[in-house]
Design a binder for this molecule. Structure first.
Ligand SMILES: Cc1cc2nc3c(=O)[nH]c(=O)nc-3n(C[C@H](O)[C@H](O)[C@H](O)COP(=O)(O)OP(=O)(O)OC[C@H]3O[C@@H](n4cnc5c(N)ncnc54)[C@H](O)[C@@H]3O)c2cc1C
Length: 392
C-alpha cells in the first residue's frame, strides 16, 4: 500500500495548479488522471492558443447559486499572479480583446509550464490511472486505484465538468461528492452554440459562416460581441455567453445593429435614397448575402420610398430586437463548460474543503462556479486550485 500526503484526482487546469503549489509547499503529491494525457482541455482551449486568464476577472464574471463563494479565492490568486508565472516561464502572450490574454504561439506553452512546475516541485503524475473507490480511513482516506491502494490525508477532486466527453470528461467528481453527503446541483451545458429548427434553421444554414456584431439578450443578461450563423443554428462569442443564461423555451433577443438607432437610420436612408431597394441599403451594414436574404425573406425588399412609416418601424423593430427561440443547444458534445455541480454552500470558500468530510477538497469546474467566456474559467481553475493547495 502506498502512502502520500495529497492525492489529486484530475490533471486538468485546476489539478495541475493545485499539485504544483501543494508540492512546492513540501507536500508529497500524487496526481492521477484517467485520461491518457494531462491537460487535454488546456490544449484545445482558445482555438489552440489558450485564453489563460482575463485581466479584468472579478466575481461578477462568474455564475453560481452562491455568488459570493468565488470571491475569496479569486482575491487571493489573481490574474496578475498567473501572468507573473507565465512571464517567469517566458511564454509570449497578447491581449486579444476585453482583457482576454492568449498565447502568441500555442496552448501547449501553458500546459508545459504547469508540467514543468509540477516536475520541479516533485509531483508524481500518473495518467491512464483510474480511481475506483474512495473511503474514509483513520488518518484520512484510502483509495482503490490502478496503482493499488493509496492512503492520503487529503484528497482533492479536480475532475472538471461533463463537457466534451472525448476530452476525458466524466461525472466521477459528482458521484464522489454525493457519496460523501454533498448536494450536486443540476448540471447543464454552458458556453455552447444554439441549435434552431424550421425556417430559422434554413436561414442560419444559408448564412453559415457569416459573423455580425450584435447585442444578444436573455432575461436580465446581455452581451455585446459577434454572433456566427452555422449550419446547425447560431454560435459566436455573444451566443456562447448568453447560452449560459438560457433555459429551454426562453426567447433570446438579438440587436443586429447595435451601433445604430435603426429607425432613424432607415428614415434617413429613405429620405436620401428613396429609389434604392431595402436590400441595397441593408448592404451598407451587412454582407450582401445577409442583406439580400433578410430584405427578401423578412421585409419583401422594394424601393425605400414604398415603405410606409409603420412598415419602416416594423423593420427597425425586427433588426433591433430580433426574437429567436432556439430549439436547444449542441449540449455537452461541444459545450465549453458545465453549469451547476457541487453545491458551494457545503464547501469552504477559503480552502475548498468539504464541510461534510474533512480532508476532501473540490476545485475547478466540478464546483457550481462557471465563468463567462474570455479566460475566466481558467482563472477560476487556477484560483481554486491554489486556494486548496495552501491547506491540503
Ligand atoms: C474546447 C474548449 C475550449 C475552452 N477554452 C477556454 C479558454 O480559452 N479559456 C478558459 O478560461 N476556459 C476555456 N475552456 C474551459 C476550461 O477548459 C475549463 O473550465 C477548465 O479546463 C476546467 O478546469 P478543471 O481542472 O476543473 O477541469 P478539466 O480541465 O476538465 O480537467 C479535469 C481532468 O480530470 C480528468 N478526469 C475526469 N474524470 C476522471 C476520473 N474519473 N478519474 C481521473 N481523472 C479524471 C480529466 O481527464 C481531466 O484531465 C474551454 C473548454 C473547452 C471544452
Amino acid at each position: 500500500m502506498r502512502s502520500t500526503d495529497v492525492v489529486i484526482i484530475g490533471a486538468g487546469a485546476a489539478g495541475l495548479m493545485c499539485a504544483m503549489t501543494a508540492a512546492a509547499r513540501g507536500r508529497r503529491v500524487l496526481l492521477l488522471d484517467s485520461s491518457n494525457k494531462p491537460g487535454k482541455k488546456i490544449l484545445m482551449s482558445g482555438g489552440g492558443r489558450c485564453n489563460f486568464t482575463n485581466m479584468y476577472a472579478e466575481p461578477a464574471n462568474f455564475s453560481s447559486r452562491n455568488p459570493h463563494f468565488c470571491k475569496s479565492a479569486l482575491a487571493r490568486y489573481t490574474p496578475w499572479d498567473f501572468i507573473a508565472l507565465v512571464d517567469r516561464h517566458g511564454v509570449p502572450y497578447h491581449e486579444k480583446k476585453l482583457g482576454q490574454l492568449f498565447c502568441d504561439n500555442r496552448s501547449k506553452d501553458i500546459l508545459n509550464l504547469l508540467l514543468d512546475e509540477c516536475r520541479q516541485a516533485g509531483v508524481e503524475l500518473h495518467v491512464t490511472t483510474a480511481v475506483r473507490e474512495i473511503a474514509r480511513a483513520d488518518a484520512g482516506y484510502v483509495l482503490d486505484t490502478d496503482l493499488g491502494e493509496v492512503t492520503a490525508s487529503s484528497v482533492v477532486i479536480a475532475t472538471g465538468g461533463l463537457s466534451i466527453p472525448t476530452l476525458g470528461a466524466t461525472g466521477f467528481g459528482y458521484e464522489i461528492a454525493r457519496r460523501f453527503g454533498h448536494t450536486v446541483l443540476p448540471t447543464r451545458a454552458g458556453l455552447v452554440p444554439f441549435t434552431t429548427s424550421g425556417e430559422l434553421k434554413e436561414l442560419c444554414a444559408e448564412l453559415t459562416g457569416t459573423s455580425v456584431a450584435a447585442v444578444v439578450s436573455c432575461g436580465e443578461e446581455s452581451f455585446r460581441e459577434n454572433i456566427l450563423f452555422t449550419h446547425r443554428g447560431l454560435s459566436g462569442p455573444a451566443i456562447l455567453q448568453i447560452s449560459s443564461f438560457w433555459h429551454p423555451g426562453d426567447t433570446v433577443t438579438i440587436d443586429l445593429l447595435p451601433d445604430h438607432d435603426v429607425l432613424e437610420w432607415l428614415q434617413g436612408r429613405q429620405a436620401a435614397r428613396p429609389d434604392s431597394e431595402l436590400k441595397t441599403v441593408l448592404g451598407e451594414v451587412f454582407t450582401k448575402k445577409m442583406a439580400t436574404l433578410l430584405a427578401d425573406r423578412w421585409f419583401t425588399s422594394r424601393p425605400m420610398k414604398r415603405y410606409t412609416p409603420a412598415e419602416l418601424r416594423g423593420i427597425a423593430d425586427t433588426l433591433g430586437a430580433w426574437p429567436v427561440v432556439p430549439a436547444g443547444t449542441e449540449g455537452y458534445r461541444t459545450a465549453e463548460v458545465t453549469l451547476g455541480g457541487v453545491d458551494t454552500r457545503e464547501v469552504s470558500s477559503k480552502t475548498m474543503e468539504s464541510v461534510k468530510s474533512p480532508g476532501l477538497y473540490f476545485i475547478g469546474e466540478v464546483l457550481d462556479v462557471t465563468g463567462h467566456l474570455g479566460g475566466f474559467n481558467f482563472q477560476w481553475a487556477w484560483a481554486s486550485g491554489h486556494a486548496a493547495a495552501q491547506v491540503a
